[in-house]
Design a protein around this ligand. Structure first.
Ligand SMILES: [Zn+2]
Length: 1232
């Protein structure tokens, strides 16, 4: 705990004098000035209170005393700050932030943390601060920032005692952001941790199951849910929720059996769910839907009725009731029900649709039009084109029948007891009607708030919290967030009562999905005669699914319903109100995941904004209205730190440019470059200038120092790396022996890595399409000419195309042709990516309506023989199409056909294509001739060479230090990425077709990372295809060129790139690591960034650094310093950990290494584990040696009882390697 918090004692000195005076004068009461003061005991108690106790401090039951103390402390601190005119020590603000956080006064907590942040430059060393800040951001749904804060906590302190809570919340946030892979990882990390957190492990398991369901992995989901049901003593609420999910899933998902079985299963599950929790309005609603779909009308009505009785009124329930009435030919009742629905949720597209058709069936086209307009306006409506078509038809009809306005028919409908005949309710009145739903229950947040306010003094803690949340909610709403019709806009969701615990509100929010699934069954079972159907028939061309105003008649509605786990946590003794609010919000979030397969590509319609602008806007607004004014830049906590550094980055930048520009220009002249401009026409017209020009322009430079000067992963050598290993050892022995945390070594902690901000100043628009550095080879001599190597590894050249390489070296590329590959190994495995054939340089959503970044492809496997067949038939098919097109041309002699062809393709649907990728050519028996041929290449691009860092690993990393093959048809896409750990890559096009490349310099990866975040994509893990217009807007230069057969593309360290095949071709590729400072630095930086992002680094940089020290003579002082620094850091960590384990009485078992033993990774969190491996007793005795890192081992077994510690290296050996690694005298020739 001691490492986690900033104690009050530390903060106190600034005030101690004053405090003492005050305490001496009036120890308990108020001072003359009316200021409270704290007693010594109180201070002592306060010193133990910080953000770590959030969710674990039961303020409302036994903690009344603590609450009083916290309130007093806040008062006291505030008045002291006031008196000191704000000139107090920064820790004071941090502590104030903690107190306010524990009191759940979020605006004040944020304000105080913000002050601390602005005063404390190394705030990132304070894990408790970052954690508290993350919790506040989480509360405000500012997930973008919450994720950053939480990731930084784990980075600066991997052993953080609330790591489990962080993983849980990261899992939830990534789930909302549709980054399911990361979400699952964090849930699993939370699950293995035996420490307490605010959700129980069955609840976490539930989220994992729900995550599968969200991803449409229904069988996995079903299995996981069923497994949960087997849990002993499963809490009733969890059980009810699991059963509810299973029930609804069976109702919706075709995969789970035939219709009849599914429905009866669904009903059984839902009934069981209601046994566990009879008060779930949601389960009743689902049950109603199930009954409705099998025609049990009476049961359906009863269930809906129950739903309305049990829960707050919901638009969906009323809408479903309306449908049921309409099926029963009771339009009056249907009308009322729909009106309830749209009053509860003005953006409820399905209800508007239904209301419209109802009006239409009653010959009130004018009113119908208005309803359709409302439906079309709703964001939850995706089929607007159909609607607008219908509106036009009605308008035309009206024009021809101007006098049909009054109502026909309905007055004859045998409905009694209707207070308002349908013909008297016109659209304009709909909005003003007091709906039965509203009359019956308090259904609007406003009403609820009102009621809570009235009873303010008699509220239980939960209600109090709710009141507080609603109040802040309303402040936001009053500020214009609440624009009724936009209630489903992704960005405007903040107006949704997402902080509220009112289930009605949750349901409203969930309605986007419910209404979609709502379309599925009720409408399809409507009797044919009803007017209701006629719209659907016109619109969906006979689609039995019905109107389908929203296209998601696919089973998606189930995803919206998320478990009311909150009501359960509420009751757990330590659950505390914070958790309740928290899980409620989480429910809210889950209410709106992906809607249909088609809409997956669209920006996710999450309820909370993941958009930083929106989030900061939200917080900014909150700030204006709710904060005390102490905080004036709430929304800029992180951005500020970026802007601070812009200038220094820029100046460093330009100095690098000026020195290196001249050099590379020289080199290329000696190489006899015939042309440097890209063959691509667009480039030539934009700037067909020479190389000098491109080199002196800033855009082509790769900043050597792209990192913020104040946050180097490898800092400048303030700590001497020249001290020998004995001194290092001595220093480590003097460390605090109690602390097992390896963060307490002599070195300062490294600040968490951050992506670089966009290089400054921004490039002018006319420099955004730079010509690609290209070198034409004419002879073998050219290829081996050393300056070629220098040119490629020059950080100023993000990419180099070596043209005609195969020809110059007389490489037999035929060895990699599809024909030869089939002859050699026809059964060899090919990974297949099924992709959409997109227009040349664009990426559209599957419906062809808008350009997006997400670029999904499904993975499967086949053989070389089968892919070869596909490749060939694709070619023949294309020839045939070409011929047909020519024929058509002749027939119509139509010049427009090409342009109209483009237009048509844009609108989709897109053809699917298959891309054969990652074909492993590592086996030197299978691929002997091929691999032998590649040894003809110059050393610096060879798969294996002394100057290639990846050759010093001592083991294979498939695809990195081995060759991979790609088999393509036109349109095959390799989405945007940097290479693993920013290594360089070599790619040779075998032909016969061309490939087109898009390349962005390393320094802009932060900008691309931002774009990915904005698009709910994970820069490292997701598949994305940049929108060139976005990049242009953001002043990101893009190199674009064609790679012809025989051309080698050299991708420099860290360069971002994406590639698509123009024709039919094969490519071969692998990575290399030149022995340069820039390569090493970028690799280490990515290693750290991966750690922050919980992504595995394929290159084990620690292992590699030690191998480099053993095997390589380094003469570049810069590279040497970096390696030596890393070695020292690792050595210190090993020594410290070793000492600490021994002190704690933990035995260390010698294990040693075999020669080609690969580097080790933690089987849980995937960080590299060096030297000391934590292996469970079982795994050790079975000799499976499943490795854990120390932190994961301790999460599973606090005192490591269940683990043995295996030692890989003798400390003396490491010390010797460290001492013997010295700067080699510089050799005049180049590094390889
Ligand atoms: Zn681990």
């Amino acid at each position: 705990m001691k490492s986690c918090g900033v104690s009050l004692a530390a903060a106190a000195p600034a005030f101690s004098d004053e405090e003492k005076k005050m305490a001496a004068g009036k120890p308990r009461g108020k001072t003359k000035e009316g200021t409270l003061s704290l007693t010594a005991e109180e201070r002592e108690e306060l010193s133990g209170l910080d953000s770590l106790l959030f969710g674990f401090l039961n303020l409302h039951e036994n903690g009344a005393k603590t609450e009083t103390l916290l309130l007093k402390a806040v008062c006291c601190y505030e008045s002291l700050i006031l008196k000191a005119d704000g000139k107090v020590e920064s820790e004071f603000f941090c502590q104030l932030g903690h107190f306010n956080l524990l009191l759940e006064d979020y605006p004040k907590a944020l304000s105080a943390y913000q002050r601390y942040y602005s005063l404390q430059s190394d705030y990132w060393k304070n894990a408790a601060f970052l954690y508290g800040l993350g919790l506040v951001y989480f509360y405000y749904n500012a997930f973008h920032w919450a994720i950053k804060a939480f990731q930084e906590v784990l980075y600066v302190e991997p052993s953080f005692c609330r790591a489990k809570e962080i993983h849980l919340r990261l899992g939830l946030m990534f789930k909302v952001n549709t980054d399911y892979e990361s979400s699952l990882k964090h849930f699993q990390l939370a699950l293995i941790d035996s420490n307490p957190c605010t959700l129980s492990s069955v609840e976490i398991q539930f989220h994992i199951a729900h995550l599968y369901e969200t991803q449409r992995m229904y069988h996995s989901a079903k299995e996981a849910y069923e497994q949960l049901l087997q849990t002993e003593n499963l809490p009733a609420q969890v059980k009810a929720t699991v059963l509810q999910q299973l029930g609804w899933m069976h109702h919706n998902v075709d995969l789970l059996g035939d219709q009849a079985t599914k429905e009866s299963c669904a009903i059984q599950y839902l009934q069981k769910s209601l046994e566990a929790d009879p008060n779930s309005g949601q389960s009743w609603y689902f049950l109603g839907r199930c009954y409705s779909s099998i025609g049990k009308v009476q049961d359906a009505f009863i269930s809906y009725r129950q739903s309305i009785d049990k829960s707050e009124a919901s638009a969906d329930t009323w809408c479903s009731i309306g449908v049921l009435y309409q099926q029963q030919n009771q339009p009056m009742d249907a009308l009322q029900a729909y009106i309830c629905a749209v009053q509860l949720d003005h953006g409820h597209a399905a209800a508007w649709m239904d209301l419209g058709t109802l009006y239409e069936s009653c010959n009130q086209p004018q009113d119908a039009i208005k309803c359709y307009l409302n439906a079309a306006r709703s964001k939850s409506c995706s089929n607007t084109s159909m609607l607008t078509g219908r509106i036009k038809v009605l308008q035309a009809y009206k024009a021809h029948h101007p006098n049909t306005e009054p109502v026909l028919g309905l007055s004859e409908t045998p409905i009694s007891q209707q207070p308002l005949p349908v013909h008297m309710i016109t659209y304009s009145e709909v909005d003003d009607l007091s709906s039965p739903a509203k009359r019956k229950r308090i259904s609007s947040p406003a009403k609820y708030l009102e009621q809570l306010r009235t009873d303010r003094d008699h509220l239980n803690p939960t209600q109090k919290l709710m009141l507080q949340q609603l109040e802040s909610q309303f402040v936001l709403m009053q500020q214009g967030f609440n624009k009724g019709q936009n209630s489903h806009l992704p960005g405007s969701n903040d107006e949704q009562p997402s902080f509220s615990t009112d289930p009605a509100l949750y349901l409203q929010a969930a309605s986007t999905n419910i209404q979609t699934s709502h379309r599925m069954l009720p409408t399809s079972s409507i009797t044919q005669g009803i007017a209701f159907n006629h719209l659907s028939h016109t619109a969906t061309s006979g689609d039995q699914q019905g109107i389908c105003c929203t296209k998601e008649s696919t089973p998606s509605g189930n995803r919206s319903f998320v478990p009311e786990i909150s009501s359960h946590t509420e009751d757990t003794p330590n659950g505390c109100a914070g958790v309740k609010g928290f899980s409620n919000r989480v429910q809210q979030l889950m209410a709106e995941p992906i809607c249909s397969p088609n809409s997956r590509d669209s920006t996710s319609p999450n309820l909370i904004s993941d958009n930083p602008q929106m989030s900061s806007l939200l917080i900014g607004k909150a700030n204006e209205s709710m904060m005390t004014g102490a905080c004036d830049k709430v929304n800029s906590i992180h951005p500020e730190s970026h802007t601070k550094t812009n200038n220094s980055v820029a100046s460093l930048h330009s100095s690098v440019i000026s020195t290196t520009a001249a050099k590379s220009a020289d080199q290329t002249t000696t190489l006899g470059v015939t042309s440097i401009s890209s063959p691509h026409i667009r480039l030539q017209t934009v700037n067909g200038k020479g190389l000098e020009n491109s080199n002196s322009s800033k855009n082509t430079s790769l900043p050597m120092i792209s990192r913020k000067p104040d946050s180097p992963i490898i800092p400048s050598m303030s700590v001497s790396i020249y001290s020998n290993s004995t001194e290092v050892l001595k220093a480590c022995r003097n460390l605090d022996k109690n602390g097992l945390s390896n963060s307490h070594n002599l070195l300062d902690k490294c600040p968490p890595p951050r992506p670089p901000t966009s290089p400054y100043p921004p490039l002018p628009k006319d420099k955004l399409n730079p010509p690609t550095p290209s070198i034409y080879l004419e002879s073998k001599r050219d290829a081996f000419f050393p300056p070629l190597h220098q040119f490629c590894i020059n950080p100023k050249n993000p990419v180099t195309v070596i043209r005609g390489l195969a020809g110059a070296l007389k490489l037999d590329l035929g060895l990699f042709s599809t024909k030869t590959l089939v002859e050699a190994n026809n059964e060899h495995t090919v990974e297949v990516r099924t992709q959409l054939l997109q227009p040349a340089d664009e990426n559209w959503d599957p419906t062809g309506t808008k350009k997006i970044w997400r670029c999904e492809s499904n993975r499967s496997h086949t053989t070389i023989a089968k892919y070869a067949q596909y490749q060939a038939s694709s070619f023949q098919e294309s020839l045939r199409e070409e011929n047909e097109k020519k024929m058509q041309h002749r027939e119509y002699s139509d010049n427009e056909s090409t342009s109209s062809d483009n237009g048509r393709r844009r609108k989709g649907p897109f053809k699917t294509i298959k891309f054969g990728t990652n074909i492993d050519l590592s086996d030197d028996k299978k691929w002997k001739l091929q691999l032998l041929e590649l040894t003809k290449l110059p050393a610096f691009v060879r798969v294996v060479s002394a100057g290639n860092l990846l050759s010093h690993l001592g083991h294979t990393i498939l695809g990195m230090n081995t060759v991979q093959l790609y088999m393509k048809v036109p349109g095959s896409r390799t989405p945007g990425h940097q290479e693993n750990n920013n290594f360089c890559s070599v790619n040779i096009n075998i032909g016969p077709g061309d490939c087109e490349w898009f390349v962005v310099p390393e320094g802009y990866w932060g900008v691309l990372n931002d774009f990915c975040e904005k698009n709910n994509l994970n820069f490292l893990m997701s598949s994305w295809w940049p929108n060139l217009e976005d990049l242009y807007e953001a002043n990101v230069p893009v190199y674009r060129f064609i790679q012809r057969p025989g051309d080698l593309v050299w991708i420099n360290a860290g360069t971002v790139h994406w590639v698509q095949a123009v024709g039919w071709c094969n490519n071969i590729a692998w990575n290399v690591g030149p022995l340069t400072a820039s390569q090493y630095k970028l690799a280490v930086e990515r290693y750290e960034w991966n750690k922050l992002q919980s992504v595995k680094s394929l290159v084990p940089m620690v292992h590699l650094s030690w191998n480099m020290a053993r095997n390589i003579k380094v003469s570049d002082p810069k590279l040497f310093e970096m390696i030596k620094y890393c070695l020292m850091k690792i050595l210190k960590q090993c020594l410290t950990l070793r000492e600490a384990l021994i002190t704690a009485g933990k035995e260390i078992t010698w294990h040693g290494r075999t020669n080609d033993e690969p580097a080790h990774y933690c089987s849980i969190c995937e960080v590299e584990v060096f030297d000391l491996l934590f292996v469970t007793n079982e795994s050790n005795s079975q000799k499976t040696y499943i490795v854990h890192c120390q932190d994961c081992a301790r999460k599973a077994s606090g005192n490591l009882d269940n683990f043995v510690v295996l030692e890989e290296y003798k400390i003396e050996d490491l010390m010797q390697v460290y001492d013997q690694f010295t700067l080699a005298p510089s050799v005049s020739s180049s590094s390889s």
